[in-house]
Design a protein around this ligand. Structure first.
Ligand code: KG4
Ligand code: ZN
Length: 335
């Protein structure tokens, strides 16, 4: 049996990534971060599209080279079709289509959020189906019931801001550069998570809300810096630890409820925020307490990457799910 070799492209936001996957194994996973957005405190869509155009060919070439794979060995080209920034998605989609036509091989359109979930299945130990996945990224916060590789259901999600946004917006209020999530993670390790208390929202079912927390932090910091202009500087680690603990408590509470209600003990996290050390520890602690099996993707598969796109595409390939050349990317993207 001839191995299935795929090239995958991810360009939904501000990371240009390409990966080569053979029989579900990631041979290479190249990620070019776009530094241009740092000075603006967030991703500038127009600049992101331009950077994708500059990065995509070198990134694809390097991914093929690192994998030791020639273009004529590829069986299909996978790309992120949705959701994401439309201009960014268009660069990846157009490139993938052009290459598919040139090589006369099929296209596979991948859903970015579903690929985040399956990042948990790339390496051992892998969860068995059905499993629950808390997907926490810069744009999404979802609890997903994953019944099979290509059979997933969102059972809860945020009604306003995403968890990653809560991290990034807090970082901005603290004067930290974008994206602030990893920096809060780092400062939090030296801080006291119980020093400051922030309100927990009351939301129905498995849904989340983070916009109230952002406002509470804003007012808290305003009040404290009026009394002491050096408040942030002098308490940075404790503020970061306390905010991070609040976000983790909110995330875990609904995940625990979902696990209890469904009696599912295979529990995963995914997305950029799943790189957070505090969240990874909270998941493991809860797993030890409740007899769950907990899973977290390797760091390179937490934030946006083409490896996870290719892994999902491999299962779509096996199921014969190919896209026509008339496929268009979609910013929102139905599930
Ligand atoms: O999945 P991702 O790379 O992109 C989206 O699809 O949105 O997630 C990016 C988000 C950003 O909000 C970033 O601050 C957050 O993930 N993030 C973290 C950490 N690493 C990335 N948040 C908290 N702790 C981290 N270590
Ligand atoms: Zn993502």
């Amino acid at each position: 049996n001839k191995p299935v070799t795929l090239l995958a492209i991810e360009s939904s936001c501000d990371e240009t990534s390409a990966a080569v996957i053979r029989d579900g194994q990631v041979l290479s996973n190249l990620i070019a971060n776009q530094k241009v957005h740092e000075q603006y405190g967030g991703v500038v869509p127009e600049l992101a599209s331009r950077a994708h155009m500059q990065n995509i060919i070198p990134v694809v070439d390097q991914a093929l080279q690192q994998a030791g794979v020639q273009k004529n060995e590829l069986q299909a080209i996978a790309f992120t079709q949705s959701p994401g920034l439309i201009g960014s998605l268009l660069v990846g989609a157009s490139f993938a289509k052009a290459l598919a036509v040139a090589l006369n091989i099929p296209l596979i359109a991948v859903h970015h959020m579903q690929a985040h979930v399956l990042a948990n299945c790339i390496d051992d130990p892998r969860p068995s189906f059905p499993f629950l996945c808390l997907t926490v990224s810069g744009g999404h916060t979802q609890i997903v019931l994953c019944k099979d590789y290509l059979d997933m259901e969102i059972i809860g999600q945020t009604i306003d801001d995403a968890a990653g946004e809560a991290f990034d917006k807090t970082a901005k209020l603290l004067g930290l550069p974008y994206p602030g999530g990893p920096l809060i993670d780092r400062y939090a390790q030296q801080g006291n998570p119980h020093r400051f208390h922030f309100p927990r929202p009351q939301v129905e079912g498995y849904d989340y809300s983070f916009s109230g927390l952002k406002t509470a932090i804003l007012y808290f910091l305003r009040e404290q810096t009026e009394k002491d202009p050096s408040f942030i500087e002098n308490n940075l680690a404790d503020i970061c630890a306390s905010v991070q603990q609040t976000i983790i408590d909110i995330l875990m509470q609904k995940l625990i409820k979902a696990a209890e209600d469904t009696s599912i003990r295979e529990v995963c996290i995914a997305g950029g925020v799943s790189a957070n050390k505090g969240l990874r520890k909270a998941l493991q602690d809860e797993a030890d307490r409740r007899g769950w099996h907990a899973y977290t993707p390797a760091f390179q598969y937490c934030t946006d990457n083409a490896g996870m796109i290719g892994y999902m595409a491999y299962h779509q390939y096996l199921a014969g799910q190919f896209a026509g050349l008339d496929i268009v990317p979609s910013a929102r993207g139905s599930w």
